[in-house]
Ligand binder design. Structure first.
Ligand code: SAM
Length: 241
């Protein structure tokens, strides 16, 4: 059943006009009036809906039922990923949503690009769209929380609420903690193409981010991000088997 994100409160028995972007998407999919769709708004439910009106420019639906969606990982992963090249960053966002990350903060560091003003606004909108599309596809009914980019230095001075914090580094040996299934939240920091500077790693270490090396090979930042998430989900999250 096709599934769409809508930014509106939904209730069973109520009728809604769908927003223009969802109308366009439904037109592209050539859905018929007899089809049912699922809507979600990030509140943890899927809402099964039937068409009341299906026209090219206007679509109205009635909500038939609300189903709780139980597919969030028991481990809350906060991904802090340096702003790598745009296409690579987009890819990391998409995959991080699929892999069950719950919070993402883009990081500015010495070796990253920076966005300001309108460019930043349009990037944030673009990233939010990627998160929504990946949530639609992967069946998540809770949206990943996207924060505006932060300077690494600011992150090391702020309080990150995660129980454990790690910085991935190809030059500083260290491992994730041994298995502790009760671990509820973890922060994972990944550097840019040019890496973090020695000083940045030091700052992060002082702020409680323990260095972790994933093998002895240098991984691309996007590979390191995904590998790190997979190890965490497998040790403490919902990758079972
Ligand atoms: N020339 C850079 C350097 O030497 O640091 C390479 C940076 S690497 C392409 C980008 C990021 O991926 C790193 O900052 C680190 O966070 C992560 N990374 C890459 N390989 C890694 C490894 N083997 N173990 C842990 N993290 C790694």
């Amino acid at each position: 059943m096709a599934r769409f994100f809508v930014e509106m409160n939904l209730a069973v028995g109520e009728t809604y006009d769908l927003p223009a972007d969802v109308v366009r998407h439904i037109n592209v999919l050539r859905l018929r009036v007899s089809d049912e769709i699922k809507l979600f708004n990030g509140d943890g439910h899927d809402y099964v809906a039937k068409f009341v009106l299906l026209e090219k420019r206007q679509i109205q639906v009635i909500i038939c039922s609300a189903l709780p969606v139980v597919n969030e990982s028991p481990l809350r992963i906060h991904l802090l990923v340096a702003l790598i090249a745009n296409d690579k960053f987009d890819w990391v966002l998409q995959k991080a949503v699929e892999l069950g990350v719950s919070q993402i903060t883009p990081i500015y560091s010495q070796n990253t690009q920076r966005f300001k003003g309108e460019r930043l606004e349009s990037r944030l909108l673009h990233w939010q769209k990627i998160i929504i599309a990946a949530s639609e596809q992967s069946g998540r009914a809770t949206l990943v929380e996207l924060q505006p980019p932060q300077e690494l230095v600011a992150v090391t001075k702020s309080t990150i609420s995660s129980t454990q914090k790690y910085i991935l580094s190809p030059h500083h040996s260290g491992e994730f903690a041994t298995i502790d299934k009760s671990l509820e939240s973890v922060a994972l920091l990944i550097g840019p193409e040019g890496g973090f500077t020695e000083l940045e790693v030091e700052l992060a270490n002082k702020a409680g981010f323990q260095s972790v090396m994933l093998g002895k090979r240098i991984l691309r930042a996007e590979t390191a991000a995904l590998a790190g998430i997979c190890v965490l989900q497998s040790r403490f999250g919902d990758f079972v088997g």
